[in-house]
Design a protein around this ligand. Structure first.
Ligand SMILES: [Zn+2]
Length: 491
């Protein structure tokens, strides 16, 4: 756990303000429509502008991450000078209300009139794919419906490999490293590629013919690609080969369906996961698993703190906090799933994610409960933190500031902490609960806690004991599951 002093929060104020604006209802409606641009140097997102019954995109918004942009208004004209990184200067000129322009002395025609707003130039989104090569000199693949733009040969494709039988696996091999967000729900794993240029080279829907991992589908929309793997049992995803390979297999301890499938005998998992769809083993010729009956949405976001370059505390010389946090978060996820509670890992591999991005991702998932997972080598058992909030500043803003997002949920956060404390006490695991100035809790617009795992005894390396971690994870899951009726009722 690394506490951030107030002095360290301060430089985040600007970023935080930007995030608040982004989260405000008006801005959010706009940000729902954005174009994702993938290039060799950067992946970025460009907001789209609805104008005159069409969708427009800012020319500078697309070009700025790719080189140096100088643009100016000259009466009704809009003049642009673009110098790609390491390339030669390109000049362009458009005019408000006209559908013709010039790029590098060539006449170009737009499908609708050029538009200027606040000194920025906008063209119909439809034209961006044809327009961009004039500026970048690179081949461009524009996919208008899913709002994805690929510059140069950046696309990453994948192939699947199915292993059936007693240890079934779906292995996805990607042509480059990927870093999707992994959402695990009963009988389903979703790999959400927000920033990776993942494209589909094969069929959109694939049936594996395996009774446990039944198939997967690829979709892309709204600037994001997604692979959804369906199974008859709870599934997990593991990364290997420098994040080029993702292996989907039944969660540890799950009883897999026998081959050939026995349709009369539901797997044991059904009894353990009351609200999960009953795992019905399906034969190769049958359609995909039936959809779960509609139920109130209750998702727990588990956020394994630190990761990548940020190692967190040194538990010992050899044990980094970031690794303990992820392993422990996975155990909590598994314990929640066996109780029929949907749980998502915000970080599912060794990625560096900054605190603001964590808060934005967590809030976007609209969790019922957010849990930040830490570890430390001091003391024993589990410490549970709620946000230490000061009311100062609320009255001076017309909307709830980013750093106060947690304020309305503090009471529920404390109740979640109390519920988990009670479960730990039942198991004679030492527990303390206290408020702490710990980000990103204060930025979370949902009941939020941070937990910090300490070793079970004087031997610090026992912090990695599976029995110990499972015992604590089970108590945490019980405490969360006990809050479900109350939190659902509060909505
Ligand atoms: Zn930490």
């Amino acid at each position: 756990m690394n506490f951030r002093t107030p002095a360290r929060w301060f430089p985040l104020a600007l970023a935080a303000l930007a995030a608040v604006l982004w989260l405000s209802p008006r801005a959010q409606t706009q940000s729902e429509r954005h174009l994702t641009v993938y290039s060799q140097s950067a992946t970025y997102s460009v907001n789209l502008l609805p104008y005159s019954g069409q969708v427009y995109v800012g020319v500078s918004d697309v070009l700025e991450p790719l080189g140096n942009v100088e643009a100016r208004e000259d009466g009704k004209k809009w003049k642009l000078r673009f110098t790609p990184s390491g390339g030669r200067e390109i000049n362009a000129e458009f005019q408000e209300g006209k559908n013709k322009g010039k790029i590098h002395n060539q006449d170009v025609q737009l499908s609708a009139n050029f538009h200027m707003e606040n000194g920025r130039g906008y063209i119909p989104l439809h034209n961006i794919g044809a327009m961009l090569p004039f500026f970048t000199g690179q081949q461009t693949d524009f996919r208008e419906t899913p709002l994805r733009l690929f510059i140069g040969g950046v696309a990453i494709s994948f192939k699947e490999q199915v292993e059936k039988g007693s240890s079934p696996k779906l292995i996805l091999n990607f042509t480059g490293p990927v870093n999707p967000m992994v959402a695990t729900e009963p009988g389903q794993v979703k790999l959400v590629f927000r920033r990776d240029p993942v494209v589909n080279a094969g069929a959109e829907k694939v049936q594996t013919g395996d009774a446990n991992i039944t198939g997967y589908s690829f979709t892309d929309a709204g600037g994001t690609a997604q692979i959804t793997v369906n199974g008859a049992v709870p599934l997990t995803a593991a990364f290997s080969d420098g994040n080029r390979t993702i292996t989907i297999q039944p969660a540890p301890g799950v009883q897999i369906a026998a081959e050939p499938p026995k349709t009369q005998e539901p797997a044991q998992q059904a009894a353990q996961t009351p609200t999960a769809p009953a795992p019905i083993p399906l034969g190769p010729t049958q359609p995909a698993a039936p959809a779960a009956p509609p139920q109130p949405r209750f998702v727990v976001v588990l956020d394994a703190a630190h990761g990548g370059d940020e190692r967190g505390a040194a538990i010992t010389d050899k044990i980094a906090e970031k690794d303990v946090n992820l392993a422990f978060a996975r155990r909590i996820q598994h314990e929640l799933q066996t109780r029929g509670v949907v749980a998502t890992l915000l970080r599912s591999n060794d990625a560096t994610i900054n605190v603001d991005d964590r808060a934005v991702s967590a809030n976007a998932a609209h969790p019922a409960i957010y849990v930040s997972v830490h570890a430390a080598n001091l003391g024993n058992g589990l410490r549970i933190f709620t946000a230490l909030m000061t009311p100062a500043g609320v009255a001076t803003h017309t909307f709830l500031p980013w750093h106060q997002a947690q304020a309305p949920y503090l009471d529920y956060s404390s109740q979640v902490a109390g519920s988990i404390s009670a479960e730990l006490s039942n198991r004679q695991i030492p527990v303390t609960a206290l408020p702490a100035p710990l980000r990103p809790m204060r930025n979370i617009a949902a009941p939020a806690i941070a937990i910090e795992l300490a070793p079970p005894d004087d031997e610090v390396t026992n912090i990695n004991s599976p029995e110990y971690q499972n015992n604590v994870a089970a108590a945490v899951a019980n405490g969360i599951a006990a809050m479900k009726p109350k939190l659902l009722g509060a909505r």
